[in-house]
Design a binder for this molecule. Structure first.
Ligand SMILES: Cc1cc2nc3c(=O)[nH]c(=O)nc-3n(C[C@H](O)[C@H](O)[C@H](O)COP(=O)(O)OP(=O)(O)OC[C@H]3O[C@@H](n4cnc5c(N)ncnc54)[C@H](O)[C@@H]3O)c2cc1C
Length: 448
């Protein structure tokens, strides 16, 4: 039963923890959020260096991220001002300085016709490629984007007779962008979920939305303001060291949470950390041994973001371009996007040979690749590489994903890895936090 003694602890101030806290304070519940680092946002945040303010990674949101945008609106974020909305348009630039693939949705048609007609008019694919892609999209529509048994995406594409060129130009870049997992391991089921949510509803679901301001300013900070305004408490620089079951002085079951600042009793706990931090927090709770084992078995994929500053007059032909036959996969013009004139960012998703290089070597290699793709580029003035080594869990086929409710009463799990329909993503993290908040609220209804 929820009463005025209900006090919920949330461990972790990333998108999952912040969304859970927002939904709980909105219901009038008492919440304290603990964040180990000095800042909120977790893996979706802005990093302040001595001279620059740079996002930890170039994030792309999809029009289909409905819970994220609803949450941000609640926190008074003006979506159209804070994000640049681009209707699906993939342009792949070769390392010979010209465009080799261009797919543009047809804006006036309803989904998925906007994509099917886009595929018909797509540049860089033979007719055989286009027909194979359209056949697959029609097959997916018929099967509601489901498959009986999960398998690595490359096996699925082969079974669906997708050509090598089509896979290289379309499916592989989409898989890396959406799942951050090499196509030889990536879960087909999750990939199809992303396609379904992007291509089967409203045509705006397949739009890309790119942050026009620092990521922290449009996600973590407005959510934190909302939580504080509604009476929630946010403790930064307070790592939770341990978690034990306990009863309080009036016989309520709950948990004792220990930080370097002391210990405190809570009736309910949401663990909203990344999966690699979960096992340590569960050490004293035998009922959830299975969650410890599962999260310890996870593998991770890196994302490198290479920022290259050119003279301020430098521009790319588009805000976002795909790079073909390159280590870097996507290039963004931050000048056009958010007024950081002459600053380009290049994303390298998933594991690869680049991890053997030093960060300066990676930056030089990417600058060289950019010059091949866009021969008019001058020499960069400076570079900065942000290498997130455990950017996301590896979204492999058949991956075991724990649920938000655990066998330990009053203990819940939030975090991108718990939203089993999606890969590691802001939307998955947000939905997991909202689900935990609903579970706690419905516990209260049961007791009333
Ligand atoms: C470089 C990069 C690019 C990405 N690009 C995209 C993209 O384009 N689109 C997209 O949708 N997603 C993208 N993602 C993924 C997305 O950022 C994550 O899936 C999402 O932010 C995860 O949120 P979370 O709350 O589940 O976990 P996290 O963000 O990891 O938050 C967990 C928090 O818990 C804190 N914590 C850990 N242990 C403790 C403890 N003991 N006590 C207190 N606090 C603790 C951590 O400090 C952290 O702040 C990207 C990720 C990265 C790294």
């Amino acid at each position: 039963m929820l009463n005025n003694k209900t006090h919920i602890a949330i461990i972790g101030g990333g998108c999952a923890g912040l969304s859970a806290a927002t939904a709980l304070v909105e219901r009038g519940l008492t919440v304290t959020l603990f964040e180990a680092s000095p800042h909120l946002g977790g893996r979706a945040r802005t990093v302040e260096t001595k001279q620059h303010s740079l996002d930890n990674g170039q994030h792309i949101l999809l029009g289909a991220y409905r819970e994220t945008f609803a949450l941000l609106r609640k926190a008074s974020v003006h979506i159209d001002q804070s994000f640049l909305r681009l209707p699906l348009h993939i342009n792949m630039q070769s390392n010979h300085g010209h465009s080799v693939f261009r797919l543009k949705s047809v804006p006036l048609l309803p989904a998925p016709l906007h994509l099917l007609f886009g595929l018909l008019g797509c540049q860089g694919l033979s007719w055989q490629d286009r027909i194979a892609a359209i056949k697959l999209m029609l097959h997916l529509k018929k099967t509601n984007y489901g498959i009986a048994q999960d398998m690595p995406l490359d096996s699925f594409l082969m079974a669906q007779q997708q050509t090598a060129n089509l896979t290289k130009m379309l499916w592989e870049p989409l898989c890396l962008a959406a799942l951050n997992t090499p196509i030889v391991k990536a879960s087909t089921r999750i990939f199809l979920n992303v396609l379904r949510d992007s291509f089967s509803g409203h045509q705006r679901n397949s739009d890309f939305l790119l942050p026009r301001q620092d990521l922290s300013k449009i996600i973590a900070q407005p959510l934190a303001r909302y939580i504080l305004n509604k009476g929630g408490v946010i403790n930064l620089n307070q790592a939770v060291l341990s978690l034990d079951t306990q009863q309080n002085s009036i016989g309520q079951d709950g948990f004792n949470i220990e930080t370097a600042h002391g210990s405190q009793f809570f009736t309910d706990v949401i663990i909203a950390t990344a999966p690699n931090h979960v096992a340590k927090l569960l050490q004293t709770l035998p009922l959830v041994d299975d969650i410890r084992e599962v999260t310890q078995s996870y593998e991770y994929q890196p994302i490198y973001t290479i920022y290259l500053q050119y003279p301020e007059s430098t521009q790319l032909p588009q805000v976002m371009s795909g790079l073909c036959h390159s280590t870097g996969q996507w290039a963004f013009d931050r000048g056009q996007l958010c007024g950081q004139l002459g600053l380009l960012s290049v994303v390298v998703s998933a594991s690869g040979e680049h991890q053997r290089l030093t960060q300066s070597q990676v930056a030089l290699m990417v600058a060289h690749e950019l010059k091949l793709a866009f021969p008019n580029l001058p020499k960069p003035l400076w570079h900065k590489v942000i290498a997130e080594k455990r950017a996301t869990f590896s979204c492999d086929a058949m991956l075991d994903r724990p649920s938000n409710q655990t066998l330990q009463p009053h203990l819940y799990l939030a975090g991108d890895y718990t939203y089993a329909d999606y890969p590691a993503s802001i939307e998955g993290a947000v939905r997991s936090g909202l689900l935990c908040a609903s579970l706690i609220a419905s516990e209260g209804l049961k007791g009333d």
